[in-house]
Design a protein around this ligand. Structure first.
Ligand code: IYR
Length: 253
């Protein structure tokens, strides 16, 4: 009855996540059904503290800028570990944690990534992207040449796992893997900003298969983002952009 109630093609409502096919021997949740629920009582803060913290966090995040020119100064391994730990605290559909963060510090691998991305971007800018798209990017000064990919001390490649496998070898569904991975990437960008480093939110077009192979990732993983992480180059500049005002982005009802 529940399935019939969903309208549209194949009995599935639009907005309904891919929920797989019911396998009669698999109607056992991937996480134990009898998982206990425990009391959650985080530190209680006063309204004044909450107000002060909301202001401070906004001011910190408003300072974040995408940087396209990086210093080669290395960053401590423990910092990278903590950034990825933070990204891993993100919420996810049915707690599937559908992400893998590949952190590349090895110079040869960074150079190999740069070569693949530059080769594809050359085609993107000259053939695959529309003239309108290329025109719209002009104010940002982006180019097919990407020195930051070999200069930045670390590259974080964010992969989305479309599904995984249970211990018994059966397929495990990853519901809402796109939005879950996007939220985790947001946590990561916020953590990078909080600790005082910078990043570039890049989405290399058409590089998925080649980078997945280079980094030996399995076929259930898809590259969503490539983030150089480090300190800005001393001469780094950013375009003088303004953000939309609160009134433009918020509707109060
Ligand atoms: N991926 C290309 C093009 C690009 C597209 C958008 I939309 C941007 O905001 C920035 C760049 C590149 O990295 O150059």
């Amino acid at each position: 009855k529940e399935k019939l109630a969903r309208t549209g093609t194949g009995g599935k409502a639009r907005d309904f996540p891919d929920d797989g096919d019911d396998d009669p021997d698999l109607l056992v949740p991937a996480i134990p059904e009898d998982t206990p629920h425990i009391v959650y009582r985080p530190l209680k803060r006063t309204d004044d503290e909450i107000l002060e913290r909301s202001r401070e966090y906004y001011e910190l995040m408003a300072e974040r800028r995408t940087v396209r020119s990086f210093s080669q100064e290395p960053i401590p391994q423990e910092v990278l570990d903590n950034l990825i730990r933070t990204a891993g605290t993100s919420p996810s559909g049915a707690h599937t944690e559908p992400w893998t963060f590949v952190v590349v510090q090895d110079q040869e691998t960074k150079t190999a990534i740069r070569e693949i991305v530059e080769e594809e971007e050359e085609l993107n800018y000259n053939k695959r992207m529309s003239r309108q798209w290329v025109t719209d990017l002009k104010p940002f000064g982006t180019k097919p040449l990407k020195p930051y990919l070999s200069d930045a001390p670390a590259l974080v490649l964010v992969f989305r796992q479309t599904h995984s496998w249970r211990d018994d070898g059966k397929k495990r569904m990853h519901y809402y893997s796109e939005i879950s991975t996007a939220i985790a990437a947001g946590f990561l960008l916020a953590a990078i900003q909080y600790c005082g480093l910078v990043s570039l939110t890049s989405t290399p077009l058409n590089c998925n298969a080649r980078l997945r192979d280079l980094l030996s990732r399995p076929i259930n993983e898809r590259l969503e983002l490539l983030l150089p992480v480090g300190r800005p180059h001393e001469e780094a500049t950013v375009p003088d952009l303004q953000r939309k005002s609160l009134e433009e982005i918020m509707v109060k009802i």
